[in-house]
Design a protein around this ligand. Sequence first.
Ligand SMILES: CC(=O)SCCNC(=O)CCNC(=O)[C@H](O)C(C)(C)COP(=O)(O)OP(=O)(O)OC[C@H]1O[C@@H](n2cnc3c(N)ncnc32)[C@H](O)[C@@H]1OP(=O)(O)O
Length: 163
Amino acid sequence: MASTSPESAAAGETNDSIHIRRLELSDHERGFVALLSQLSACPDLTASEFATRFAELAAQGDDHAILVAEDPSASDRRILATGCLFVERKFLRGGGKVGHVEDVVVDAAARGSGLGLRIVRRLVEIAREAGCYKVILDCTPELRAYYAKCGFVEKGVQMAVYF
Ligand SMILES: CC(=O)SCCNC(=O)CCNC(=O)[C@H](O)C(C)(C)COP(=O)(O)OP(=O)(O)OC[C@H]1O[C@@H](n2cnc3c(N)ncnc32)[C@H](O)[C@@H]1OP(=O)(O)O
């Protein structure tokens, strides 16, 4: 699921010129890491560091998917948005699976046009197709309304230990 296979444009309610697909190795040159830095501290990675992490994630097969959005008609094909799903395999629920949505970010210049909604909806669809019984995520209180639009309901309390 992580890796190089092209993603069909399955999430196209709006903004149809934007293509959503799986992360590719060459996305390092298309500003993928810089885009992530709009979400959290994300120092640049060398091409070699990026390739190492890409290979590690690809080795997780269908348990890890990173989607990216691009405008194929743009000359530089910069990455405009991204979001990640990883699948946790449990003993609970008869060996059930839980999807975790992580690292959702839309480039500041592309926000407000439905791209964030499309990315998250597609990640949820992938989780459903993978047999997950639920999909969960952590976010700040300010993003409640956005994730509600994506179909999420508030549940429980987030706890963390930072190192
Ligand atoms: C699990 C995680 O990764 S949490 C981290 C989320 N990422 C970030 O905070 C990074 C910075 N922010 C962003 O990248 C973007 O603002 C995002 C991802 C939060 C939203 O992306 P956008 O493409 O702008 O959202 P999109 O245009 O699809 O909006 C969908 C709906 O949610 C609403 N919405 C979007 N952002 C917000 C917000 N911050 N607060 C309230 N509502 C919002 C929109 O108004 C829209 O509603 P509508 O359909 O009624 O018009």
